[in-house]
Design a protein around this ligand. Structure first.
Ligand code: GDP
Ligand code: MG
Length: 448
């Protein structure tokens, strides 16, 4: 599986100082395969991996993660972002009942979802009314009544009419929806959930019916219900419903199946509508508010890898903080390892740059901030990463041939290395002075 494949890719990348295009492309190839396996639409995979590649090329190597891990972290973050970042809440009406309309293909899970959503809202203190506006299938009204009974929520259903010829009358779903809404207003229900008919495939008549219902009841939310198992068909179906009816949110059903749920990513990316709920079984309680981060983990199928990455980062931060504190207290010498770690802290300066520039009274610092060059940081890191651990801890070892080797390893010139060593020695002297001064900044000439 992907987790295993990525883990072995990482093993090859461990110890590399920076991300080469080849590193990135290798990892992205694996991720692309994972997304296609998860049934993410081909066009969406293409856009997505393109974005990730661009971001990965600009990334600086962090001390905690190897290049492959960095790419995976970016992929995960981008997936979560594309899936909507935060879960979106239902929008409730300011006056009168909140009207929620369900739309989607037959068998998508609308009627089942109607019961689950009603149950969920009831538990939150709402007083929902279910409205049976699916008059297409003979059994549909009855099915909603069963669902409503299980959820303990009343159902508004049309009186079974009889035509002059004595046949059962189908009834008009638009009228039923409107009547249901009126009923909810009169009985002061806080929410109305309107279940509608679906067809097996996208169908002009069905779209028109759903669009007519929408126009008649002006719902606060139109939820497009889609079966996660339909895989690559998700994009075409979602697009047809968006054009034919339009919707404000998406519900993904049958996530209990063995699908990895790539449809979620496709639908979200293509329609721009948030995924709000997930249905995970046939029981009333097999229902959850949609969580983009969980879905991202599921699509990539690499929960283990992500946990490892998280742990590596945490361990790194804690180790660093503890190590520096101990060093200062013992009056130990400042090394390139410390320098590197400080560099990495400095990276946050990049984002601080903009913010500081906007603050008043920062005139004196402005030049320094303006001159702060993130690329310089990246170069410095590359140099230090090319030193052996022994060299980092014992900078005195850095003779001419070692400097030449480091220059080759980091793609810099020997002059670059010399200038870094010089800056490092100044920093080291500063640290000695601080230690000698009981941990406080010494007075610099011209200050105070
Ligand atoms: P509708 O035609 O859109 O109203 O779909 P239904 O609610 O009637 O559901 C169609 C079938 O899918 C039924 O057999 C449901 O029990 C089943 N179903 C609905 N949601 C889920 C789900 O989340 N997981 C599973 N496994 N089955 C579901
Ligand atoms: Mg139904």
């Amino acid at each position: 599986n992907l987790s295993d494949r990525l883990t072995s890719t990482f093993r090859n990348l461990r110890g590399k100082g920076r991300l080469t295009e080849a590193d990135i492309d290798g990892t992205i190839r694996e991720i692309r395969r994972a997304l296609l396996d998860a049934d993410v639409a081909v066009s969406v995979v293409k856009t997505f991996t393109g974005n990730v590649r661009e971001r990965a090329l600009g990334v600086e190597v962090s001390g905690a993660l190897n290049p492959g891990e960095q790419v995976v972290k970016i992929v995960n973050e981008e997936l979560i972002a594309i899936l909507g970042g935060e879960s979106r809440q239902l929008r409730h009406a300011k006056h009168g009942p909140t009207v929620i309309m369900l739309a989607g293909l037959q068998g998508a899970g609308k009627t089942t979802l109607a019961g689950k959503l009603a149950h969920h809202l009831k538990e939150q203190g709402h007083t929902p009314l279910l409205v049976a506006a699916d008059l297409q299938r003979p059994n549909a009204v009855n099915q909603l009544q069963v669902v409503g009974e299980r959820a303990g929520v009343p159902v508004f259903a049309p009186e079974p009419g009889v035509t002059r010829e004595g046949e059962r009358e189908r009834g008009n779903p638009v009228k039923v929806a409107k009547k249901g809404l009126k009923e909810a207003e009169q009985r002061q229900h806080s929410v109305v959930i309107v279940d509608t008919a679906g067809r097996l495939g996208v169908d002009a008549e069905l779209m028109k019916q759903a669009a007519d219902i929408r126009k008649a009841i002006e719902p606060d939310e139109v939820l497009f219900v889609i079966d996660a198992m339909i895989g690559q068909d998700a994009v075409a179906t979602a697009t047809a419903f968006q054009q034919g009816v339009d919707f404000t949110g998406v519900v993904l059903t049958k996530l209990d199946g063995d699908t990895r749920g790539g449809a979620a990513l496709s639908v979200r990316e293509v329609t721009g509508r948030p995924i709000m709920f997930a249905s995970t079984g046939e029981k009333l309680t097999d229902f959850e508010v949609f969580h983009p981060d969980r879905m991202a983990g599921r699509i990539l199928d690499m929960g283990d890898v992500l946990t490892l990455i998280e742990q590596a980062e945490k361990a790194f931060d804690q180790d660093e903080a503890a190590r520096m504190a101990e060093k200062v207290s013992k009056g130990e010498d400042f090394t390139f390892t410390d320098f590197l770690s400080q560099m990495q802290q400095l990276k946050n300066m990049g984002s601080m740059k903009k913010m500081l520039g906007m603050l008043p009274g920062m005139g004196a610092m402005r030049d320094q901030i303006e001159n702060f060059d993130e690329r310089e940081l990246v170069r410095t890191e590359a140099i230090i990463q090319s030193m052996t651990p022994l060299e980092r801890d014992n900078p005195k070892l850095l003779n001419g041939s070692r400097r030449a080797r480091i220059a080759r390893g980091s793609g810099m010139t020997v002059a670059d290395i010399n200038s870094l060593v010089k800056r490092f020695e100044q920093a080291q002297q500063m640290m000695r002075a601080i230690n000698a001064n009981g941990g406080n900044m010494p007075q610099l000439p011209g200050q105070g």
